[in-house]
Design a protein around this ligand. Sequence first.
Ligand SMILES: Cc1ncc(COP(=O)(O)O)c(C=O)c1O
Length: 430
Amino acid sequence: MGEDNMDYYRELFDLIEKQHEWRSKCINMIASENITSPAVRYAIVSDFGHRYAEGLLGGRDNGLQLFNRFYQGTRFFDRVEALTMKLAEDLFCAEHANVVPTSGTIANLAVYNALSENGDGISGLSVQAGGHISHTHISCAGVVGLRDISYAFDKDEMNIDVDESKKILLKEKPKIIMLGASLFLFPHPVGEMREIADEIDASLIYDGAHVLGLIAGKKFQEPLKEGADAITGSTHKSLPGPQGGIILCNKNIAHRIDNSAFPGLMSNHHLHHVAGLLVALAEMQEFGQEYAKQITKNAKTLAQSMYESGFNVLCEHKGFTQSHQVVVDVSSIGKGNEIANNCEESNIIINKNLLPGDSLKDTDNPSGIRLGVQELTHLGMKESEMKAVSGFFKRVAIDKENPKKVREDVSEFMKDYNKVHYCFESKLPV
Ligand SMILES: Cc1ncc(COP(=O)(O)O)c(C=O)c1O
């Protein structure tokens, strides 16, 4: 390695060290992130990360029988993937799981590719109302040529307005009806949308990217039981697995979904992440209910405490939230950009967020901030810590205290929260 190349190498390892040092002193409340347990991390750096397993696991009549790989060398991984699928099916009460997608967006694309055709409609929430771009033509719905149809949204309820949306859907007749969102406080009306889907012969898909950990912990809602044909999702938000995607679906569409994922969209999938997912699912099976219950308690406590400190927290009349998220309108105290930047200066990592009523033009400086408590909960925080976190927000955003002073106190506070909870005890070297 030449001197210059060694410089890149040194700089990278220096940056990794700085990242770890800085982030261990930060309160992270990005609602789409989480940290993984030591055992998940061990699986991710295992030899599976060097290997290929092209082909699908098939013929699982006895639960774990394996066929259809194109390369040799997969004997142990085949068992890993079969176990991961089985555990996912058990945990989400699904007839079939596909763990091939490498992200939530790819999981959505696989479903669209399987169940719709170029020119069909897809309905979902607009981005301003909390929908994800992958439900629209600007992302993967556009890749397969789908046409966007937005639901009517009830801002007070922070939910889909079913009656008004029904009129739109009966007229536009989308082939894919998407539920789920990125700004997601309350369960979506799966049962009512099932009835509409049946009337217009559409597939009903629930994007659980944000709330899979809550669903696994028997909180929030049970989309498949309530009538969805499939759940898609990321495996790394409230579900604390490695970054990846998953599809859980009914048997009648399993074959189409599998073929869409492979060979449709993926050649090789990420075997190490499947192994990590197996650990995360086993940990959810063991500790998920306790974890999900604490997440929802923490979110409500944070929201109540911030509300009492003078923040305009959305949906006070509905108990603020039933998910891992808390949404705050900061338009009167500096708007999303300023608040998110000042929080970062204070070692509190959050994101600015469009709120219903904002225009897409406000994307760079929207009215809201979105806070997720799933990672703090995973680090063992409970209600009293949420009140402390609320106090930090007040100092930064309402009292406008110097962020440097708050940063010192946040760093001190975080010293007690560097260990993952709700996971198997592990002496693994990570
Ligand atoms: C509702 C929703 N669906 C899908 C995704 C995409 O997931 P990924 O980032 O894993 O592609 C996100 C990302 O945040 C999301 O919020």
